[in-house]
Ligand binder design. Structure first.
Ligand code: URA
Length: 183
């Protein structure tokens, strides 16, 4: 059975597959262009995203928007989603069982989008998508190819908020992502 974007949205809206469904205000579905060549995958919605039901609307969203703008990208031409669609209380790391419960949604999003490039934002996404022992500090900006899709990772915007010196590194990674898209 093949799902549509609408089907997935409805499944996520009513999802009770893990205990986060009891503590969330609202689930946060991925957003952006369904024709996007670039898919960003982050960790999980933060508090502001939980209130609004939209990814990256809080302070890390401001950093993300600056990074995109600096490289000539806009949210309208990419697709942004998270490993978890629901906010973990206190912004704790996602638990294994939560990631496993939520993973089918990400698989459907990826299947429908068929991105040319997947960018993992931060350790949690990179370890789930690229490799369990991925080290952001050493391996950000490196590329692998899987099923006709180029995968890379860079710093999560919240890591940049904690350490602004990482901004320039992430900016360079993003500019390379745009170059790769345009090859
Ligand atoms: N941090 C994330 O990982 N995802 C969001 O949507 C917002 C903040």
């Amino acid at each position: 059975m093949e799902y549509t974007w609408n089907d997935i949205q409805q499944h996520i809206a009513g999802c009770t597959q893990c205990p986060l469904s009891q503590t969330r205000s609202r689930p946060v579905m991925g957003r952006g262009s369904h024709q996007a060549e670039i898919m960003l995958i982050a960790e999980a919605p933060g508090g502001e995203e939980d209130r609004q039901g939209i990814p990256f609307v809080g302070r890390s969203g401001e950093i993300l928007d600056r990074l995109l703008k600096d490289c000539g990208l806009s949210r309208e031409e990419i697709y942004i989603t998270n490993i978890l669609k629901c906010h973990p209380p206190g912004n704790r790391d996602p638990r294994e069982e939560e990631k496993a419960a939520c993973f089918p949604y990400l698989k459907y999003e990826t299947f429908l989008l068929k991105p040319k490039i997947i960018v993992c934002l931060g350790r949690v996404a990179a370890q789930r998508i690229i490799s369990p022992d991925f080290k952001i500090t050493r391996q950000h900006g490196a590329w692998i190819c899987r099923k006709n899709c180029a995968l890379t990772a860079t710093y999560h915007p919240s890591a940049i908020l904690r350490d602004p010196s990482k901004y320039e590194i992430a900016r360079e990674d993003f500019c390379e992502i745009v170059r790769k898209r345009d090859l």
